[in-house]
Design a protein around this ligand. Structure first.
Ligand code: UDP
Length: 362
C-alpha cells in the first residue's frame, strides 16, 4: 500500500512525528510525506523538522500568497507529484489548514482514497476558515480518524457510516509523550530566569483575536493587568506582530517589563513552558489539548471550541475577552478551586499505532 501524507503548517508537523517510525513496522506499506511549504521559515517550520528528525520526502515549495493562490498552487504541485513521482493508494491529510483542504480536493479529483487525521471536530462557527476546511475535507473523505468522542458524534450526525469512523486518540499527544525527555531537558526556564517564578504563558494568533485594533488594545490592557503579579511569556506569531505594527501598538506592548516577548519557540522549549506555567491564555487549538494532557489550567479566549473534551474533561475554559471574567478565573486558579481535569480517553501516546492498525485492517 502506497500512502502519501500531506503536511504544511506547524500544527501539522507536530501531529505526524511518529508516522514514519510506525509505518516502518509494516513491510507492505510505503509512506511518503509531502510538505506543501505553507509554513516555511526557520521558526515556524525548519526547527520542528530538526527536533523531530523528520525529513519530508517531497517539498512543494508553495509560494507566499492569498489563500486561493496557496490552495491552487498546492493542488497543481501535488497533482504533478502524483502523476510523475509517487502514486498513492491512499492520501492522508491532517487537521484543518489550507494544506489539508488542498490535499483533500486533490485526492478527490484524482480518484484517490482519502483519510483525515483529526476528523469530525466542529466549532460550529463558520466564520473560522478552519471550520470550513474541516467540513469540506470530511465531506469527501473515506476514512475518519477521530481524537475525541465529539468528533465521532458530529460525523454520525452528518451521515458518515459508523464503520468508517475510527476513534484512535490524539497524535499530537503521541508527540508529547514520545519527546517527554527532550522537553524536560530544554533550558528555556533558565534562559528567561523563570525557574522559581510563577509565570504564565500566552499565545494569540487567530484572526478574530488579533486582526482588529480594539481586540489588540484589549490584549495590551490584559497584559498590563496580569503583569502586576506575574511574568508572562508571549511567543508571538508572525500574524500578531504584523497587526500590532499595523495599528501602531507594538511599541506599547514592548514597554511592559514583565512581558517576555519571544519569537515563536521551538517545540521542546514551548512544551516545557506549558508544563511549568501557572496557567495559559491562548486562542490556539492544539494548546487546549496539550494543556489538558499536562493538566495545566488553560483560559481560551474564544466563544467556541472544536475540542470540547478539553473543557468537559480537561483543564480548559472558554472565556470571553473580558478582563473581569478572566480575573475571576485567575482567582480560582490562585485559590485552588479551579477544576483539576483528567486526561481524555486514548490520549496515551499510541494514536499513530492505532491509525496504522485501522489502515491495514480497512
Ligand atoms: N507551538 C510551538 N511554539 C510556539 C507556539 C506554539 O511549538 O511558540 C506549538 C503548540 O504547542 C502546538 C502547536 O504549536 O503544538 C499549535 O500551533 P498553533 O497554535 O499555531 O495552531 P492551532 O493548534 O491553533 O491550529
Amino acid at each position: 500500500m502506497n500512502l502519501l501524507l500531506i503536511i504544511g503548517t506547524r500544527p501539522n508537523f507536530i501531529k505526524v512525528t511518529r508516522f514514519k517510525e510506525v509505518a516502518a513496522k509494516y513491510p507492505n506499506i510505503t509512506l511518503k510525506i509531502a510538505h506543501t511549504g505553507q509554513h516555511y521559515d526557520a521558526t515556524m517550520a525548519d526547527v520542528f523538522f530538526q527536533q523531530f528528525n523528520l525529513t519530508p520526502d517531497y517539498f512543494l515549495n508553495v509560494g507566499a500568497g492569498s489563500q486561493n493562490f496557496q490552495i491552487a498552487d498546492i493542488m497543481l504541485k501535488l497533482e504533478e507529484l502524483i502523476n510523475t513521482k509517487f502514486k498513492p493508494d491512499l492520501m492522508l491529510v491532517v487537521g484543518d489548514v489550507n494544506s489539508t483542504l488542498a490535499g483533500a480536493l486533490t485526492a478527490n479529483k484524482l480518484n484517490i482514497k482519502l483519510a483525515h487525521v483529526e476528523s469530525g471536530l466542529r466549532s460550529f462557527d463558520e466564520t473560522m476558515p478552519e471550520e470550513i476546511n474541516r467540513i469540506l475535507t470530511d465531506k469527501i473523505c473515506n476514512l475518519y480518524f477521530v481524537t475525541e468522542p465529539s468528533g465521532s458524534e458530529n460525523l454520525k450526525k452528518e451521515g458518515v457510516q459508523n464503520d468508517k469512523i475510527k476513534f484512535v486518540g490524539n497524535t499530537m499527544i503521541d508527540t508529547l509523550v514520545g519527546f517527554s525527555d527532550k522537553i524536560e531537558q530544554a533550558d528555556i526556564l533558565e534562559k528567561h530566569n523563570l525557574t522559581k517564578q510563577p509565570y504564565i504563558l500566552t499565545t494569540l494568533h487567530r484572526p478574530a483575536t488579533v486582526d482588529f485594533e480594539d481586540g489588540l488594545k484589549k490584549l495590551i490592557e490584559l497584559f498590563e493587568n496580569i503583569a502586576k503579579k506575574y511574568k508572562a511569556v508571549f511567543p508571538i506569531h508572525p500574524r500578531t506582530v504584523a497587526n500590532l505594527k499595523k495599528f501602531g501598538l507594538y511599541d506599547k506592548l514592548m514597554q511592559n517589563k514583565n512581558l517576555i516577548i519571544t519569537e515563536p519557540l521551538d517545540y521542546f522549549a514551548f512544551q516545557k513552558l506549558i508544563k511549568y506555567s501557572k496557567f495559559i491564555i491562548t486562542d490556539s487549538g492544539g494548546i487546549q489539548e496539550e494543556s489538558t494532557f499536562l493538566q495545566v489550567p488553560c483560559l481560551t479566549l474564544r466563544n467556541n471550541t472544536e475540542r470540547p473534551v478539553t473543557c468537559t474533561e480537561g483543564t480548559n475554559t472558554l472565556v470571553k475577552f473580558d478582563i473581569a471574567e478572566i480575573s475571576k478565573l485567575i482567582s480560582e486558579i490562585e485559590n485552588g478551586t479551579y477544576k483539576k481535569g483528567k486526561v481524555p480517553a486514548l490520549w496515551d501516546g499510541h494514536a499513530t499505532e492505532r491509525i496504522f492498525e485501522a489502515l491495514t485492517s480497512a
